[in-house]
Unconditional design. Structure first.
Length: 68
């Protein structure tokens, strides 16, 4: 039971996620010899106020970019 977890800032559409999981499935089948029926893909949408890099929350990075 292979599991792929994808963590992204929230905001992608359902259609974007459909395309993403299809591409991940195809890659896992081709490169990891995985049965697509047994592959689990978890897309975890993370709010920008719950993700930080370099000590700065994602929401603060966006606000700083908007102010520039």
């Amino acid at each position: 039971m292979p599991v792929v977890t994808v963590q992204l800032w929230e905001g992608r559409t359902v259609e974007q996620k459909r395309k993403l999981v299809k591409a991940i499935t195809e890659a896992m089948v081709e490169h990891a010899d995985v049965n697509p029926d047994g592959l689990h893909i978890i897309v975890h949408d993370v709010p920008k106020d719950s993700w930080a890099r370099g000590g700065v929350l994602g929401i603060d990075r966006e606000e700083a970019r908007d102010d520039a």
